[in-house]
Structure formats: C-alpha cells, structure tokens
Design a protein around this ligand. Sequence first.
Ligand code: HEM
Length: 210
Amino acid sequence: MPHIPSPSPADRRAAPRIGRLFWALALLLSACALAVVLASPDLVQGARMVIRLTARTSLALFLLAFTASAWVRLVPGPGTAWLLAHRRAFGLGFAFSHALHLVAIVAFARLDPAGFAQQTGVANIVTGGIAYVFIALMAATSWNGAVRWMGARRWQWLHTVGAHYLWISFVVSFGKRIPMSTAYAVPVLVLLAAMGLRLAGRLQARGRRA
Ligand code: HEM
C-alpha cells in the first residue's frame, strides 16, 4: 500500500475554509427537507419525499461542480469564472445534499422495512455504498492542502474516477425509472449533455496546447 504522509501544519491551517455559499446551501437544503417532512401525511411518506427531493438537488449541485471547468474553457466570462471559483462549495453542497439522501434512506428503512426492501436490493445498496465512499473521500480531500498531502496524481485519480462513478450512478438511478415515467428521461439527457460538455472542454484545451 503506498505511503501517504500526514498533513503538515500549513496544510491543516489551510484546511477548513468552506465559505458562505456552502453554508447557505446547507441551510436551504435542510429547511426544504424539513418543510417536505412537515407537509407529508406521515413520516414514511416524508422520508420518501426527502429521498426524491435530495436526489434532484444533488443532481443540480453535482452538475454545477462537474461542468465548471468545461464552461470556463468553452464560454470564458465572469459568470463561468464565478462558477469555477465556487466549484468546491457546489461539490460540498452536493455531498451535504447526498448526506440528507442517506439520512432519509435510513429513516425509510427503519420506519417501513418492507417498503424499503421493495424499492432497493443488495446490488443497489452495494453500488450506492461505493458511491458514498467516493463522496466522503472527495469531500474530505476537497481542500488545497489535500493535493500536496496525497500527491497530485492520486488526488486527480480519486476526483476523476469518483466524479465519473457518480455520473454513472445518476444515469442508472434516473434511467431505471424511465419505465415508470418518461419525465425521468429529462435528467438522463441533461447528464449526457453534461458529459458531452466536459469532453468538448477537454478537446478544446488539448487543441490549445497543441
Ligand atoms: C446505499 C445507497 C442508496 C440507497 C439505499 C438509495 C435508496 C433510494 C430509494 C429507496 C429511492 C426511492 C425513494 C422513493 O421513491 O420512495 C431512491 C431514489 C433515488 N436515488 Fe438513491 N439510494 C442510494 C444512493 C444513491 C446514489 C449514490 C445516487 C446517485 C448518485 C442516488 C440517486 C437516486 C435517484 C436519482 C433517485 C430517484 C429520485 C426521484 O424519484 O426523482 N441514490 N434512492
């Protein structure tokens, strides 16, 4: 197993600068989840509504972080520069939103084990569990010092593989619901467009270097 050095005191000092945007997102997401629970006829319905709500808020925040570099490359300007500068807050906002997804999943599983078993399976829990490991590792290493601490290659590997694993998780989770409602094709198409945008951004950067 490769040796990873402990964070230096400078790295530790640089670590927890999360920013106001993240806290605003966390507050808004928590308030929306609470409002949804209060408006639901019972706690089981409330948990299920929060699962659906946070799947969608997670998608929006994930897409902002996932496409930020591509937007700057393809459409340089103050708006896209702002997006890139706040990519970490959107990434952490996504992690927060998905933590709420997990809290609601645990509540649903405890309040209605039979209903939960109908909605999920072992494969779902294993692949979803792997996604949560990526989310936790990516969130924990989203500060500047982590790149120095882990080494640029390992950091890049974790964040690239993790982001693509999450992209696939979203495509599968929304895609498998298309037979229930064709409206689920919309997020799948948006996810495909986001991947196209990233590829176009990469190609343009490569073209410039060449
Ligand atoms: C162990 C991990 C996970 C479990 C057990 C789980 C469980 C569930 C359940 C039970 C639902 C259906 C809720 C309902 O309709 O009542 C759901 C919906 C969903 N989940 Fe998760 N989930 C997990 C992780 C993830 C991950 C990692 C993603 C994506 C990155 C994701 C994305 C979604 C999406 C897109 C929906 C559909 C929401 C909608 O109907 O609009 N889930 N999840």
